[in-house]
Design a protein around this ligand. Structure first.
Ligand code: HEM
Length: 495
């Protein structure tokens, strides 16, 4: 790795290899493609060209890295150069109030302030603990809904139940109050609409001055989506501000600090003003997007594998039983989770085999630099092949098999519990690594362990007669099951 600012180094000026392309038109065509369409093309290119591949997408080269050692060199060892985000495409810029949120924010004081606020105010372990009654409330909703549905005798299509549970939880963390199921559903509908429509608006980013005329209906649709989001979220933000002003949010038993509370008084470091309402809508909507879809997707993949492989499900249940004893009526408490190492192994294996995102969010370099012997230009976009790293046969034996046992062999990890942050070495990176690593890694793992553990403890899950669970993938906002999981669910018999 060479820092080109060092005068003694002669920089190579060769970009990583890539396919030949028609200038301008070729660049524009890539812009219209989703990551899911690009992924297999990149894989084929990498098998011929090596661990780094360049595509010319839009005005700057986009570099894709397959190699975990190079990912570590870039994101961990040289994080200050590789942690910026590219300038947002026009449609994203519009939806994020000029990138004024965490995930698309440029590497600088505003991003730092927002990220630190989220991590210290909401994602700090003691604060996460304060939401434990919310998790119990949501677990009851989820278990009741699943059981109600299964009593009809029909196989249960679980995805909508998982998603609703995650929305109940994240909406509560975001806005503080237990909203009605109808209000939560409204938020769910508008958030999903925005997530699912992002590819549909890709075309608008090709010469916006032209598409604003040619595709004005599409632009109008995008405006309407932003308005719909505002209509649903703004009343909640205002209600919380009013409550704060009137009662100074007395620390009563019911009171929990919500994400929106922490945003109301925050001051933009450069502009020296508070965030306006539209910006707070963007930030709360980011919280809901980032927290619900990823976890819902992971939940579905993990439960699908437990249905597909009953032996693994049974082993997990027996291990839970060894901790819970005959307390069949009790749910697994959060403090009990760490006593069930096989549960952690199942979750890690789920995230390795089926990471919800097959890429990280695009990063941008702040300097000319060199990685893997190639030039990475300043302002170049660089991304990392998350799924491929978790499936690397040089690291993982029989990588496409679902085998949680691999996470129990601590000798493979120098006698330690597996480190997901990749700080010393990357073996997989479903949450990214380095300065842009998912700030909610701990919360996400807790949600997955708590809900998967309890769903297996309370119910037995079986495939429908004659049905084999298909692991085929489909790209939505995350990479989801092409055929959503349907299962027969029954209460565990007392033994
Ligand atoms: C299984 C669940 C989750 C997975 C697999 C996941 C994965 C990721 C990944 C891959 C990134 C991008 C890292 C990069 O660009 O290098 C990311 C960023 C982010 N995630 Fe998560 N995430 C999950 C859950 C959550 C939850 C529950 C929240 C919030 C409540 C959240 C909030 C964020 C935010 C704000 C960022 C942007 C960080 C930044 O740019 O500094 N995520 N996540």
């Amino acid at each position: 790795f060479i820092n080109l600012n060092s005068p003694s180094k002669k920089p190579p000026k060769t970009l990583p290899p890539g396919p030949s392309t028609f200038p301008i038109i070729g660049n524009l065509i890539w812009l219209t493609k989703s990551f899911f369409e690009i992924e297999p093309i990149l894989r084929t290119l990498s098998s011929k060209l090596g661990p780094m591949v360049t595509l010319h997408i839009g005005p700057h080269p986009s570099i894709f890295v397959f190699d975990r050692t190079l990912a570590h060199q870039a994101l961990v060892q040289n994080g200050s150069i590789f942690s910026d985000r590219p300038k947002a495409l026009p449609t994203n810029e519009f939806m994020t109030c000029h990138q004024r949120n965490i995930s698309s924010g440029t590497y600088g004081p505003t991003w730092r302030l927002l990220r630190r606020n989220l991590m210290s105010e909401i994602l700090h372990p003691s604060r996460i603990k304060s939401y434990s009654h919310a998790r119990k409330w949501v677990l009851d909703i989820l278990l009741n809904n699943l059981m109600k549905k299964s009593k009809t005798g029909e196989p249960v299509e679980v995805l909508s139940h998982f998603r609703h549970a995650m929305f109940c939880l994240l909406v509560l963390m975001c806005f503080g109050d237990k909203l009605s199921q109808q209000q939560i559903e409204e938020i769910e509908v508008v958030t999903r609409k925005i997530l699912l429509s992002s590819d549909q608006f890709n075309i608008l980013n090709v010469c916006p001055s032209v598409t604003k005329v040619l595709f004005r209906h599409q632009w109008r649709k995008l405006f309407q989506l932003r308005k719909d989001r505002e209509n649903v979220l703004l009343p909640l933000i205002r209600a919380r501000r009013k409550a704060k002003d009137e009662s100074k949010n007395k620390e009563t038993d019911d009171y929990v600090l919500a994400y929106v509370d922490t945003l109301l008084d925050l001051e933009l470091p450069l502009e020296k003003r508070k965030f306006d309402e539209e910006e707070i809508v963007t930030l709360t909507s980011e919280f809901l997007n980032a927290g619900t879809d990823t976890t819902t997707t992971a939940l579905q993949w993990i439960m699908a594998n437990l249905v597909k492989y009953p032996k693994i499900q049974n082993k997990l249940w027996l291990e839970i039983k060894s901790v819970m004893g005959d307390n069949d009526d009790e749910e697994i408490k959060e403090d009990d989770l760490q006593k069930i190492p096989y549960l952690k192994a199942v979750i890690l294996e789920g995230l390795r085999r089926h990471p919800p995102g097959h890429f990280v969010l695009p990063h941008r370099t702040t300097e000319d630099t060199v990685l893997g012997g190639f030039w990475v230009p300043k302002n170049g976009t660089i991304n990392f092949m998350v799924a491929d790293m978790g499936w690397d046969p040089k690291v993982w034996e029989d990588p496409m098999a679902f085998n949680p046992e691999r996470f129990l062999k601590t000798d493979d990890f120098n006698g330690e519990v597996f480190d997901l942050t990749g700080s010393r070495e990357i073996k997989m990176m479903p949450f990214g690594v380095g300065r842009r690593i998912c700030p909610a890694l701990g919360l996400a793992l807790l949600h997955l362990e708590y809900f998967v553990g309890n769903m297996i403890w309370k119910y037995e899950w079986k495939a429908m007669d004659g049905d084999s669970i298909s692991l085929e993938e489909k790209q939505e906002f995350t990479v989801v099951m092409k055929t959503p999981l349907k299962a027969q669910i029954s209460a565990r018999k007392k033994i």
